[in-house]
Each structure stands twice: as structure tokens, then as C-alpha cells.
Design a protein around this ligand. Structure first.
Ligand code: T1G
Length: 693
């Protein structure tokens, strides 16, 4: 099949319309850059052309550089060259921004002499989220267009703004429904005025003092983010240096950051999150079922948060409880959460009212009858769940997806309690459910392909990051977490203190270590699970028995008698830990921070390898996506499996063998897959690539 030219050009009423068509998102591949450059030159040379419009086909304007090209040797022409060719034309060039103009896409638009945006367009410089900075003049042109402070704010936040805000920031000149016609008209009006002034020729970027103050605040807040420092440095050049020199400053930072492991990890995260939404092995033509209405069973913290997620996405939802009293409590909690957002200024009262209006409270399971998807979020008790699913079989309408929010229980056993196991799956939300991005979609052995596709698509609609997991105890995330939890407890018994264990993970980039986390969640949660499964954790059990349940009792692994939120080490905890060590006949030793870190992370990676070899997760990238979005894994290291590749699998295998030998714990022996990859010189990334091919 002949490849369609990604950039075409036609002359209409004296206006050369340069059209970019590079599905799915018009990324700026080498072919697009080359096409833009040639089209700009042709428009310049054509005497019939008075003005130029840069337009794009499809939903987006341009989503930026092709992220997959960032790790490869550059192919000319560079994007700055293509943009310079547009900007230096003596005829006015107007961007017709029909949809998202992100990164290099916005930089193309900034190289034009004016911009028209559709009302739904989004404009932004998200490069910091990829560990880089705008690399095609964004740091030099945007400050010259709108001032250094607002420009810096936009690139440091990385979040796009809508067309109206872009207009008030003066990024766009006009907002119009028919961007192409409006851009053509504007281009011709500009042509009447003579030679356009390129943005790069302007010099005033605002008050230096105001810039330095804003920059200092951003540097302080993002001290661990090298992209922010680079943005500040490049924007500062707009005060001190002519455009071309500023471009060199930007370029130097761009190349350095692009080749940094942090940016490689963040690019992996971008693609892993998107790949996770592709379900392997779905029969061709599988279509998700339509979801117009939802029901959530259980108005506790979890159920309320899930109901909010539906309402936030504009899907009407019925929140179901067993009594009027419980229902009122649940609805009040939801209202309270929304009130906090309104108070913080992150939600308007109008939006709040609209969302609350989408949540209807009802007593009794019968209220699930009209829903296309029912999410059960009651206690973690198999008997209760089976009873509910048994009843739902009668109540729910045919074809409704029946989801359980269980975090540990066997979804197949729950499915077996209905006569329609094909409709049953897990939708495991993370707390707080209205905030946390991760959604584990648990595929039972009977789950039908279209029910699965429905849950994954719904997850994306709810603005979650869905990841499909097979059925096993704890699914992907909690199964790996259990390994870390067990090691954290062992480290205490062998000689570490909670603050040392937490500090090791903080230094790695987790905002919370396992013990601070446990104090926040409540030690009774783990205790109840251990009671149910017959497992023991002597230190944790002793703390629970001493009434130390965490922040809620002001005492857990730490003491919270101060402000109730900041824990300090507690001699009583030390005494408990030392007593347990003595009871177990362990001679305590000082454990270095790097050993603590390896002891916490490598057994998790090992469990991840088992999860992969058992087919519970389809890709290593799915496991990374789970940990990045549900457990606070620092994005700059790409997730546990990407991190394993960076360390080198042979080292991980060797260390796991050391740990197994030292402890006698055979579960620490490296997984067969890990050993095989290490011996072959393979990697998890290569394994994923092979699976995708
Ligand atoms: N490069 C390569 N592939 C991309 C891409 C990109 N920039 N953007 C999207 N895709 C793929 C994505 O992997 C997916 O593929 C498909 O397109 C649909 O995406 C010089 C260096 C535009 C808001 O960071 O934010 O410019 O999984 O599922 O929800 O300064 O994509 O189907 O195979 O996300 O409708 C900066 C990234 C680049 C924007 C659309 N730009 N993209 O969202 O679809 S760096 C970005 C997005 C840069 C310059 C620098 C979103 C979207 P597949 P999707 P969507």
C-alpha cells in the first residue's frame, strides 16, 4: 500500500494550507518535519501564495515530537529547523489549532505568526513530564509571546490549558469553531499589513525581578526535578541573550536531559501506561458494552470514592446501602469530600452540584436493576460477597457487568456464585478511589472478552489507568507488596529501626516508607488479613496487641502525640522490636541503607517475575504501571521491572540467592524467568517488545 504523504499543501484563495496527517496524533516524525520544511519553502517561493495556514487532520493538532524517536539517533531535518523555515517566511503564517497542541506541536504553533484555536483545543508544554524541557524553541518563544513568568509556569506545570485560557494568556489570537476558515481569514488580513514580525525577534519578556522570584519558588518546590532547573535556566536566557544564543542554551539542556536515565524511565512510563490498556488475546472485533448508568454497592470510604469517580466522569450512579442510616453517612462523606475540593478551589460549586446530582442513594440491592455496570464494594468477606453476587444474578439487567472491588479474594469463586460468571470480573480501585489513578481489572477464568473490554474502557473513561490482572492472591500490586512488607518486618528483627527502613525508601524516591504507610492506613488492616490467613508478623502483631494501630490511635510504628500526623521514633517501639529479636535468638546488627533497599525491592521484583511467568500480568510494563499509579513508585526510575533492567538482572539474581541463603527463606530464591533472562543477557523490556511484536 502506498504510504500517504503525512504533509500536503494546497493553495486556496491565495492561502497555502499545509495539512499534517500522521495518525493517530500527528506526532512530528522525521517525515512530518521534512514535509513541513519543504511545504514552507514551497509556499515562500510560490508567487500565488499571499499567506500560509498550518492545519492538521483528525482529533489533535500535533501531539508533539514522536516520543519513540527520542531515544534514537536524530534524523534531519530537526524540528527547530522546520519551525525556523515557517517563522522566517515573509508571508504571514497562522496555525489552525483544531485539537491538542502539545510540546513540539505548540512549538510549531509558536513559530507561526498568529494562532487560532478551536474551543476544545488544549495547549501545553508537557515535556517536564518526560524528564526533558521544550526543545524546539518553546523556552525562547513562549516567554517572548506571553512573558517569562506565565511561560515558565506553563512549562514547569506541564499541564495543558484550554483555548479560552490560552486566549487570555495571549498564546492564541482567536478562538473559533471553524478554525480553518478563521485562520485563513486572519492570515489574509495579516497579509494586508505587510511583513509579519516573528516572535523570536521580540525582546521584552517582562520584569526580571518577578521572574527571579517565581523561579526561586519553583526551584524550591521542585528541587529534585532537573527539568525544572533547566526550564528556569533556558527562560532566564531570554533576558540575557539574543534568540539564537537562547536556543543554544535550550538545546544543550535538551540533549543532556534526553540522554539521562530519568527521561528514559519517564518515556517508558508513557508507553507502558498506554500499552496496559491493550488487552492481549481478545478475539478480533470484541466491542465494549455501552455503560450509561452505574451502581455501587456499599457506601463506605471505598464505595463512596468509586461513586465519585463515576460522577466525576459524568456517569449517573446509584449508591446502594443496607440501611437509611448507612446510606446517609455514605452520602455525607461524599458531600464532605466535594466540599473540601470546593474550599480548596479545585472544584466550582456548579461542578460540585452537577456531580452530586449524578449520585443517587438507595437502600436495597434491587436498586442495581437499571445499571449497566455494578461495582460491589462491601467488606472483604467471601460469604457476604457470594451472597450479593447470587442476588445480583436475579436483579441486574442482562448484560450488566458485575464487578467486585475485592483486593485479595478469589474472583473465580465469587463468579461461581452466579449463573452468569461471564459478566463477573474484578475492578480493584485504590484508596482514595476518587483520587488514585490505578484500576486493576481482574480477569476471571470465565470472564467474557466483551465484559473485560468494557471494564478497561470504563476505567479510561473514569480517568483511571487500567491494568488487567489474572486471578491470584492480592493480584499484581498487593501480591508484590506482601513481599516488601514481609522483608520490612524481617529487617526490624535483624537490626533496623522503622525510621531507617522508611528512610531507605524515601531516599529512593517513595514519599512514604512501609511503616509510615502502615501507620496511615492502620495496623489493624494487615492484622485482620493475617488473622484470616494464619500468617504471623511478630513485631506488627505485638504493636497491634499493645493498642498501637497507627495515626488513628496516635501511636503505631511511630509516636504521633505532636500534631497527629508527623511521627517520631518511639522508645517503646524500639523495646518491642528488640524483645522480638531476642525471642527469636537474633543478634541485631547495623544494616546499611543500600542493603535495606535491596532487601525491600529485589523480592518485589522477584515476585513480579513470577507474576509474569504465571501470566497474571501480560507485560512487565503492566507491573510497572501498577506500582507507579497505585503505590507511589517514583516515576523517575520507571517502575520495579524497568528498574530491575537498569540495575542488571544478574545482580538481582545473585543478591536474591544471598538473601535466600542467609535467611533460609526459599521464597527468596530467584524466579525461573529472572534466572533465565539473567543468563541469556535478556531484559524485561526486551521480553515486552517480543510479546508486542
Ligand atoms: N509520540 C509518539 N506516540 C504518541 C505521542 C507522541 N508524542 N502521543 C501519543 N502517542 C500515541 C500513544 O502512545 C497511543 O499509541 C496513541 O498515540 C494515542 O494516544 C521537541 C521533545 C495527544 C493528549 O507528551 O498527551 O514534543 O497506544 O492513548 O488519550 O519539545 O496522547 O494507541 O499505540 O494517549 O486521545 C510532548 C503526549 C512530546 C504528548 C491524546 N508531547 N500525548 O490522548 O490518546 S516531546 C506529549 C498525549 C516533545 C519537543 C519535545 C496524548 C494526547 P497506542 P493516547 P488520547
Amino acid at each position: 500500500m502506498a504510504q500517504q504523504e503525512p504533509v500536503t499543501s494546497t493553495v486556496e484563495d491565495g492561502v497555502a494550507v499545509i495539512r499534517i496527517a500522521n495518525p493517530p496524533v500527528n506526532a512530528l516524525s522525521a517525515a512530518v518535519r521534512g514535509g513541513l520544511l519543504r511545504a514552507a519553502q514551497a509556499a515562500g517561493a510560490d508567487p500565488a501564495v499571499r499567506a500560509v495556514v498550518v492545519a492538521a487532520e483528525g482529533r489533535t493538532f500535533i501531539a508533539g515530537a514522536d516520543i519513540s524517536e527520542l531515544g534514537k539517533p536524530p534524523v534531519p531535518p530537526s524540528l527547530p529547523e522546520a519551525i525556523a523555515a515557517l517563522e522566517s517566511l515573509l508571508k504571514p503564517v497562522v496555525a489552525a489549532i483544531n485539537g491538542a497542541a502539545l510540546g513540539g506541536g505548540l512549538e510549531v504553533a509558536l513559530g507561526c505568526h498568529a494562532r487560532v484555536a478551536a474551543p476544545a483545543a488544549k495547549l501545553g508544554l508537557p515535556e517536564v513530564k518526560l524528564g526533558i524541557l521544550p526543545g524546539a524553541g518553546g523556552t525562547q518563544r513562549l516567554p517572548r509571546l506571553i512573558g517569562a513568568v506565565p511561560a515558565l509556569k506553563l512549562m514547569v506545570a506541564g499541564d495543558p490549558v484550554g483555548a479560552t485560557e490560552a486566549k487570555s494568556l495571549r498564546i492564541v489570537d482567536e478562538v473559533a469553531d471553524d478554525v480553518l476558515s478563521a485562520a485563513k481569514a486572519l492570515a489574509l488580513r495579516l497579509a494586508d499589513k505587510g511583513r509579519p514580525t516573528p516572535t523570536s525577534a521580540r525582546q521584552d519578556t517582562g520584569e526580571r525581578d518577578a521572574f527571579e522570584a517565581a523561579a526561586a519558588a519553583m526551584l524550591k518546590k521542585g528541587a529534585d526535578n532537573p527539568s525544572i532547573a533547566a526550564c528556569v535556566d533556558a527562560v532566564r536566557a531570554t533576558f540575557d541573550k539574543p534568540f539564537d544564543e537562547g536556543m543554544s542554551v535550550e538545546r544543550a539542556h535538551f540533549l543532556r536531559l534526553r540522554d539521562d536515565p530519568r527521561s528514559k524511565a519517564l518515556r517508558h512510563v508513557f508507553f507502558a501506561e498506554r500499552a496496559a490498556a491493550r488487552i492481549p488475546g481478545l478475539p478480533k472485533g470484541t466491542r465494549p458494552r455501552p455503560v450509561a448508568k452505574a451502581a455501587v454497592i456499599g457506601g463506605g470510604t471505598m464505595g463512596g470514592g468509586i461513586a465519585m469517580s463515576f460522577a466525576n466522569a459524568g456517569i449517573p450512579v446509584t449508591l446502594i446501602e443496607t440501611s437509611e442510616e448507612n446510606l446517609q453517612r455514605g452520602l455525607e462523606r461524599v458531600a464532605g469530600n466535594y466540599a473540601t475540593s470546593v474550599k480548596r478551589g479545585s472544584l466550582t460549586e456548579e461542578a460540585r452540584d452537577k456531580r452530586m446530582g449524578l449520585i443517587e442513594g438507595k437502600v436495597g440491592l434491587e436498586a442495581a436493576a437499571g445499571a449497566d455496570v455494578v461495582v460491589e464494594a462491601v467488606f472483604e468477606e467471601m460469604g457476604l460477597k457470594k451472597e450479593i453476587f447470587g442476588k445480583l444474578q436475579e436483579i441486574a439487567k442482562p448484560g450488566a457487568v458485575l464487578a467486585t472491588n475485592t483486593s485479595y479474594l478469589d474472583v473465580d469463586e465469587i463468579a461461581a456464585s452466579t449463573a452468569r460468571p461471564g459478566d463477573v470480573l474484578g475492578m480493584h480501585f485504590f484508596s482514595p478511589a476518587n483520587v488514585m489513578k490505578l484500576l486493576e481489572v481482574v480477569r476471571g477464568k470465565e470472564t467474557s472478552p466483551d465484559a473485560l473490554a468494557t471494564a478497561v474502557e470504563l476505567g479510561r473513561k473514569l480517568a483511571k489507568v487500567p491494568v488487567v490482572s489474572g486471578v491470584c492472591y492480592g493480584f499484581i500490586g498487593n501480591r508484590m507488596l506482601a513481599r516488601r512488607t514481609a522483608q520490612a518486618e524481617r529487617l526490624l528483627i535483624e537490626g533496623a529501626m522503622p525510621e531507617e527502613v522508611d528512610a531507605a525508601l524515601n531516599a529512593f524516591g517513595f514519599r512514604m516508607g512501609p511503616f509510615a504507610m502502615s501507620d496511615l492506613a492502620g495496623l489493624d488492616i494487615g492484622w485482620r488479613i493475617r488473622q484470616a490467613t494464619g500468617k504471623k508478623a511478630p513485631v506488627a502483631d505485638a504493636l497491634v496487641e499493645a493498642g498501637r494501630l497507627g495515626q488513628k490511635t496516635k501511636r503505631g510504628y511511630y509516636d504521633y502525640s505532636g500534631d497527629g500526623r508527623t511521627g517520631t521514633p518511639d522508645p517503646e517501639v524500639r523495646a518491642v522490636i528488640e524483645r522480638v529479636s531476642a525471642e527469636q535468638g537474633v543478634t541485631r546488627r547495623a544494616i546499611p541503607q543500600d542493603e535495606i533497599l535491596e532487601r525491600l525491592l529485589f523480592p518485589m521484583i522477584n515476585e513480579g517475575a513470577r507474576i509474569l511467568e504465571e501470566g497474571i500480568a501480560a507485560r512487565a510494563g503492566d507491573i510497572d504501571t501498577v506500582w507507579l499509579n497505585g503505590y507511589g513508585w517514583p516515576a523517575g526510575t520507571g517502575g520495579p521491572m524497568f528498574h530491575a533492567d537498569s540495575i542488571g538482572l544478574p545482580r538481582i539474581v545473585a543478591r536474591l540467592r544471598d538473601f535466600a541463603a542467609a535467611s533460609g527463606d526459599e521464597s527468596l530464591q530467584p524466579a525461573a524467568l529472572l534466572v533465565r533472562l539473567a543468563e541469556e543477557g535478556g531484559s524485561f523490556a526486551a521480553l515486552d517488545e517480543k510479546a508486542a511484536a
